[in-house]
Design a binder for this molecule. Structure first.
Ligand code: SIN
Length: 498
């Protein structure tokens, strides 16, 4: 099939990918490849909001300080400063595209509070900020004459020529395998939460960008800093549904099954301590009292206010007959966000020329050892914008080094291998790790990769290829965790010295 050539190629259609596409389209033609429907991304599921120092009571310096504290000393200071200074302009840009955010009666942006923030600075649209932002972005890219979107386009390999990325090879539903050449390729494939049994991520979060980057030798770091959201629903029919941190920001308290507000025993910042602290405290409390969950209590708030501020949560919990204005919400931590990823500089440039990365797949240095709540959509916006300005456009020859396309196996084998990986990652590479557990996980992942390779090729199917990507991404988490001998931020190994 004829290769397709454009100035810019984007893989992924969350906030990072679509921001890059819109900005880059000012300078050249853009092709967006997305493996499902365009709106299926982590962005679309984000409840909380976007952190930005936009009020008179706030400043970028304070936002910077909170980000550095959450990151536990491992943030890249230059990247953090750049991020927080750019935040107000990034919000303005979204508003200019038609994104709506909640406002106070005087017309100012209504600012919420989340853990680790010392000011109210979360710009949001009820509890469905990501959905609103994605809606505005999709409308803008769909109407842009220089952006062409391929849905159900699964990228199987990156193309390189003499060490430079020159595009990607993708399997497109209804069209088959096709090569896309571009001067600059942006990886914006999101996270890898599906390596765990319980994750707030959508099913598309399968570490594809991490695996693709590893295949071309790009630097991938800090994958051991896997963020577990403290409060996801504990319910057999709706496990891992996110209960936004904004609920704690609005005064929600955490209680054990005796009704005691246990965060008093763990941290003076109580429910609004950074996420790693709250998640570890919940895990310790459940272990101490031998319970399967703790509870989030927002029942002090009038029903009308809860319904207005958190309509998504309100409605979803109604479907399981939970009336949160009267009852406590059973919650447990679950995988939420990968703080590590493909290493980039401030312009989104990876270690491979021609290859850029932004959003959750990237490691810009702003999160360090633990991401501050609501800094993720912000990071996606800011660094994909700089990448769009910095990346080259222009002629590219449609020539690449030979590629070995990955092998599909039967879906039933893929399901079994994936389940096994998820169990291993959940049991051995969760909030609290041990040396033995990490060694066991490493062995099991090697065996699962061998198991995968031992199967005969099957006709193309995305599930197995995603499973293979998850296995490769999971290895980076386990090996990063085994190498890190000091407990810091999200990495806690009970065998490490105190
Ligand atoms: C949340 O709403 O709690 C998620 C926000 C985030 O992950 O930054």
């Amino acid at each position: 099939m004829e290769p397709q050539i454009s100035d810019f190629l984007v893989v992924g259609s969350g906030l990072a990918g679509l921001t890059f596409a819109l900005r880059a389209a000012n300078r050249g033609d853009v092709i967006v490849l997305t493996k499902a429907e365009i709106q299926e991304s982590n962005t679309n599921w984000a409840q909380g909001g976007i952190a930005a120092a936009v009020s008179d009571a706030d400043s970028w310096e304070l936002h910077e300080e909170d980000t550095l504290i959450a990151g536990a000393g491992l943030c890249d200071r230059e990247a953090v400063r750049f991020l927080v200074k750019e935040a107000p302009a990034a919000i303005e840009w979204l508003i200019s595209l038609g994104a709506r955010f909640d406002k106070e009666s005087d017309g100012d942006l209504a600012l919420g509070r989340e853990g680790g923030h010392n000011r109210n600075r979360i710009v949001h649209f009820q509890d469905r900020t990501g959905w609103e932002v994605e809606r505005a972005m999709i409308a803008a890219v769909r109407s842009h004459p220089r952006i062409q979107i391929y849905e159900h386009a699964f990228v199987t390999s990156l193309l390189t020529k003499d060490g430079t990325c020159v595009g990607a090879s993708a399997r497109i539903e209804g069209l088959g395998q096709r090569k896309f050449f571009a001067r600059s390729t942006m990886l914006a494939t999101g996270g890898c939460g599906k390596m765990y049994q319980h994750s707030t991520n959508p099913s598309v979060a399968t570490g594809d960008g991490i695996a693709l980057s590893l295949q071309v030798g790009a630097r991938v770091e800090n994958m051991e800093f896997m963020q577990f959201h403290p409060t996801t629903l504990y319910h057999p029919q709706m496990r891992s549904f996110l209960i936004s941190e904004a609920v704690r920001g609005a005064g929600g308290t955490l209680r054990n099954h005796l009704g005691r507000r246990f965060m008093y025993d763990y941290d003076p910042r109580l429910e609004l301590a950074p996420r790693d602290v709250v998640a570890r405290s919940i895990e310790a409390e459940m272990k101490k009292l031998e319970t399967w969950c703790v509870y989030l209590d927002i029942s002090h708030k009038p029903a009308a206010d809860i319904q207005h501020e958190f309509p998504t949560i309100w409605e979803r919990l109604r479907t399981i007959d939970l009336e949160i204005e009267k009852e406590w919400i059973p919650v447990v931590p679950a995988q939420h966000y990968s703080c590590g990823g493909v290493v980039t500089d401030l312009r989104g440039q990876t270690s491979i020329p021609g290859l850029f990365a932004a959003g959750e797949v990237s490691c810009t240095g702003v999160h360090g050892a633990n991401r501050l709540a609501s800094n993720s959509l912000l990071e996606a916006l800011v660094f994909s914008s700089t990448a769009a300005d910095a990346s080259e456009c222009g002629e590219v020859e449609p020539v690449c080094d030979p590629i070995a396309e990955p092998k599909s196996i039967a879906e039933s084998d893929s399901i079994r291998i994936r389940r096994s990986m998820q169990k291993t990652m959940t049991n051995e590479v969760g909030i609290v790790r041990t040396n033995d557990g990490l060694a066991k996980a490493d062995r099991q992942l090697v065996q699962l990769l061998e198991d995968y390779d031992s199967h005969a090729p099957s006709p193309f199917s995305t599930h197995p290829l995603e499973t293979h990507n998850l296995l490769l991404a999971a290895q980076t988490v386990v090996r990063g965790a085994a190498r890190r001998k000091v407990n810091i931020g999200l990495h806690f190994n009970s065998d490490n010295p105190a």
